[in-house]
Design a protein around this ligand. Structure first.
Ligand code: FPP
Length: 237
């Protein structure tokens, strides 16, 4: 890699288009989710190899519970299997897994698998993989506000101490801001994904559906990031 090449410190990926990918191949929607697992495994390995420090993945939104029960059940089983088996290679690759989102009403079997992979990878110090399940930015703001109010109520904190740093520390995870958000499938929306953390992120919307978002596509996205001129509210250089 060129020595001047800049990698985003924190990448967010909205993994969209699994259903359409499957439909275009005459398959049922869930086959798209299954295929996404293979893509995701390769991407995780690649991100760890090239030195991405933080990656946040939008796996299931608070709104996704409105989908047909059969699809929600399929996804819950897929998450459980992935964390128990498919993603166990992350342990050996020094990847630390954390989760963002509400635990309620995720099934116990999924929560157990999530807790297990968090525990097994907690001492790893390469890539931090933040998996957003039953996640929504609005819910996160509500939950963060409640957490802070409870501390005030218990007398552990005064209102004057509430500042940006404190809010950051009380989010689901205290991670650096997102530098680059990728949403596959050509949709141009954030859909309630890490809005607070994405305040100064660059956005990239490749047309490919997530199962086709290969390592080569990821590298194209990294090239694109290198052509952006980030100003953070300052003047153009
Ligand atoms: C969006 O595509 C995708 C989802 C709601 C599920 C994402 C899940 C995975 C990639 C599976 C694995 C994840 C982990 C972390 C194990 P869509 O179904 O909305 O597609 P469409 O827009 O074409 O209908």
């Amino acid at each position: 890699m060129d020595k001047d090449f800049i990698l985003p410190n924190h990448v967010g990926i909205i993994m969209d288009g699994n259903g359409r990918w499957a439909k275009e191949r005459g398959m049922i929607r869930t086959m798209g989710h299954k295929s996404a697992i293979k893509t995701l495994k390769e991407l995780c390995l690649h991100m760890a190899d090239i030195g991405i420090k933080y990656a946040s993945l939008y796996a299931f939104s608070t709104e996704n519970f409105k989908r047909e029960k059969s699809e929600v059940d399929f996804l819950m089983d897929l998450f459980m299997d992935s964390f128990r088996k498919e993603f166990s290679f992350l342990k050996e690759r020094n990847v630390r897994v954390v989760f963002s989102g509400r635990r309620e009403p995720l099934p116990e079997k999924v929560l157990d698998a999530m807790d297990q992979i968090v525990e097994e990878t907690k001492d790893n110090n390469n890539l931090v993989l933040n998996i957003c399940i039953n996640y929504g930015s609005h819910a996160e703001l509500v939950d963060t506000t409640k957490k802070i109010c409870e501390k005030v109520q218990r007398g552990e904190l005064s209102i004057d101490e509430i500042n940006e740093e404190l809010i950051q520390k009380n989010l689901y995870q205290d991670l650096p801001p997102l530098d680059f958000v990728i949403r596959t499938s050509g949709e141009l929306r954030l859909s309630n994904f890490m809005m607070y953390q994405a305040s100064y992120a660059e956005f990239y919307f490749p047309k490919v559906y997530f199962p086709d978002f290969t390592v080569e596509e990821f590298d194209k996205a990294m090239e694109e990031f290198n052509h952006r001129n980030r100003r953070f509210g300052g003047v153009k250089s």
